[in-house]
Design a protein around this ligand. Structure first.
Ligand code: PMP
Length: 304
């Protein structure tokens, strides 16, 4: 995955890949007290351009705020460092991973005055669930693991420690021969994928689970909602979706920075629609890829 990556930005410096090291007594290693982002830079017709960088950066700082992780760099500094890193790595398109975490310090649960460390890494990353998945769709299974409720751990923050929930769901799905999981919330309704939001199509209208369902408010989710509305679709973006409604959906698809817009062709071995990418999914996927390939919407791209 990281072949050819030469440098990482760590705490204000560009360091060689091998030298991007932290101490084993790092607070975040023990307690998951870090926040992170996943962003894509696309090789658009206007050159490399970071997709919805400001929104990702805002979510990054907001995630930090939940845990008093006071990121010791300004948004402008992180932006400059990210752009410089992409240039140094000579990448046209890539995935960008900013992370901020409590570093080496006292190992009491309250991180107190532990230093906040920040790193940025970039690497080439193709279709998360595979090129074939984008075309034909994926087979998914409802996980036996539930999503934690936002009353237990904030679900609007992208916190390193909470991803053990996603790891469990993802491992279970793969072990059972599925490409990905769908995770239900504490009430037993649909929350999201381990690293994706979920959309359902019924009778030509689009539904996606609302923030009250313990989801991360995905930036690709917001993009898909906007693109769909611009195409004239009715989008219900605060939906509650039961497990049974998944099985009877006309179409289902995932959205995410890594997964982009990926059709779902079956859930728990129940074929969804015709068992291929449906027409509404196709419309939204086409609009999404047209957008990121052209780079043609200034407010959503940061051109390098
Ligand atoms: N839900 C979870 C749990 C995720 O990890 C992600 C990926 N960040 C998403 C949804 C999709 O969010 P985005 O579109 O901002 O990548």
């Amino acid at each position: 995955m990281f072949e050819g990556v030469e440098e990482i930005w760590l705490d204000g410096e560009f360091v060689d890949f091998e030298d991007a090291q932290i101490h084993v007594l790092t607070h975040a290693l023990h307690y998951g007290t870090g926040v992170f982002e996943g962003v894509r830079c696309y090789g658009t017709e206007a050159g490399p351009a970071i997709f919805r960088w400001e929104e990702h950066l805002d979510r990054f700082y907001d995630s930090g705020e939940v845990y008093d992780i006071d990121i010791p760099f300004s948004k402008a500094e992180l932006t400059e460092a990210t752009e410089e890193l992409i240039r140094r790595e000579e990448l046209n398109s890539c995935y960008i991973r900013p992370i901020a975490f409590y570093g080496y310090g006292p190992l009491g649960l309250n991180p107190g005055k532990s230093p906040v460390q920040v790193a940025l890494a970039v690497w080439p990353w193709g279709a998360y669930l595979g090129d074939e998945a984008l075309e034909d769709g994926v087979d998914v299974a409802v996980s036996s693991w539930r999503k934690y409720a936002s009353s237990q751990i904030p679900t609007n923050a992208k916190t390193t420690g909470t991803y053990v929930n996603s790891v469990l769901a993802s491992q279970e799905a793969k072990a059972n021969g599925y490409a990905e999981a769908i995770v239900l919330n504490k009430e037993g309704n649909v929350a999201e994928g381990p690293g994706e939001n979920i959309f359902l199509v019924r009778d030509g209208e689009i539904y996606t689970t609302g923030l009250a369902e313990s989801i991360l408010d995905g930036i690709t989710r917001q993009t898909a909602i906007e693109l769909a509305e611009e195409m004239g679709y009715t989008v219900h973006d605060e939906a509650t979706i039961s497990r049974g409604e998944l099985y009877t959906a006309d179409e289902l698809f995932f959205t995410g920075t890594a997964a982009e817009v990926t059709p779902i062709r079956s859930v728990d071995d129940n074929e969804i629609g015709a068992g291929t990418k449906g027409p509404v999914t196709d419309d939204i996927q086409t609009a999404f890829f047209d957008l990121v390939e052209s780079g043609d919407r200034e407010e959503w791209f940061r051109y390098l």
